[in-house]
Ligand binder design. Structure first.
Ligand SMILES: O=C(O)CCC(=O)C(=O)O
Ligand SMILES: [Fe+2]
Length: 314
């Protein structure tokens, strides 16, 4: 049975480019991404257990607001995000676009708490900051690994981050729909460049191995899981494959997760340095927002197994 790679980044030196810790972690991370499209990161203790419980307590309060309030936090611009729930499903989620800017967390927060809520934004911003730092370091490692660090600044400047919080629990109203298909999230790849997820201790996330087995993710309080999305698959010309993952929630306990979904604005294309005789060009340039919209709109006919290769493969 394949295992998820666990990378211990608890030593702060791992975040210092050029150090021996950085170079050794870079090797492990790039190997894991090429192998399974994901890895588990153990991060330095920046989030105390008190802040962690306070944060998950806030998510509890957040999802307890009535649907009318949750829907009001949705918007189309600058990037569409908002409340998602399929009637009768156990999964619901709320999103903040541009979440690495703390102003956006507060705009989101005011939909729920008109007078603000310090614990909500302080804990949410801390999680977002920790994930942004991890994203930044991993992107530098990946660009260095392929010898294209000259494109890194442009990539980071063209990236925006959406934070999504998800809750998995028994819906208040059972519908006539076949519940077996609504007990989590079907196997899928994320359409964005990369995703980082954290969660409470209720299991459910699974990653597909190369041998088509589902590998369960065993969360630890200090662990985050980093997933390659379709964007990095196109960019890397298939060196890194998007991770296919799903959530099967079967416990009575409520599962909460949060994540940073990083998108490249405009077109993602494969750098010329990553195209050669052994790696002929695999993809036309990808516009992630058009692709995401296409997948949503056509979900009924293309289904969750749809791939970016079918969308923009050459
Ligand atoms: O809740 C999770 O752990 C995963 C959520 C997910 O895969 C997604 O929102 O794309
Ligand atoms: Fe996902």
């Amino acid at each position: 049975m394949a295992k998820l790679a666990i990378v211990d980044l608890s030593n702060e030196d791992c975040f210092k480019p050029g150090t021996s810790s950085w170079l050794s972690i870079r090797k492990d991370i790039c190997h894991a991404l090429e192998d399974l499209g994901c890895f588990v990161a153990i991060l330095p203790d920046k989030i105390s257990s008190e802040l962690r419980s306070a944060h998950f307590g806030m998510l509890d309060e957040l999802f307890d607001f009535p649907t009318e309030t949750k829907v009001k936090s949705s918007y189309e611009k600058p990037y569409p995000t908002g409340y998602q729930r399929v009637e009768g499903a156990v999964y619901e989620s709320l999103g903040i676009a541009g979440a690495t800017n703390p102003e956006q967390t507060q705009i989101f927060e005011h939909h729920f708490w008109p007078n603000g809520n310090d614990v909500f934004h302080e804990t949410a911003d801390l999680y977002i900051k920790v994930m942004e730092e991890l994203h930044h370091a991993v992107m530098r490692m990946v660009f260095e690994n392929y010898g294209v660090e000259e494109y890194l600044d442009d990539h980071l400047q063209s990236t925006i981050h959406t934070c999504r919080f998800s809750k998995y629990s028994e819906p208040a109203e059972k519908t006539g729909t076949d519940m077996s298909i609504l007990r989590g999230i079907h196997g899928h790849t994320d359409t964005n460049f990369t995703t980082i997820l954290y969660q409470n201790d209720v299991k459910g996330l699974e990653i597909k191995s190369k041998d088509d087995e589902w590998i369960g993710f065993d969360p630890l309080p200090s662990s985050f899981i980093f997933l390659a999305g379709d964007g990095v698959q196109v960019w890397s010309n298939d060196r890194i494959r998007a991770s296919r993952h799903r959530v099967t929630w079967s416990e009575n306990d409520v599962r909460y997760s949060g994540g940073l979904f990083s998108f490249r604005v405009g077109e993602t294309h494969t750098p010329k340095e990553l195209i050669d005789e052994d790696h002929p060009l695999q993809y036309k340039p990808l516009n992630t927002s058009v692709y995401t919209e296409y997948r949503k709109k056509n979900y009924a006919s293309i289904g969750p197994d749809y791939t970016v290769k079918a969308y923009c493969g050459v």
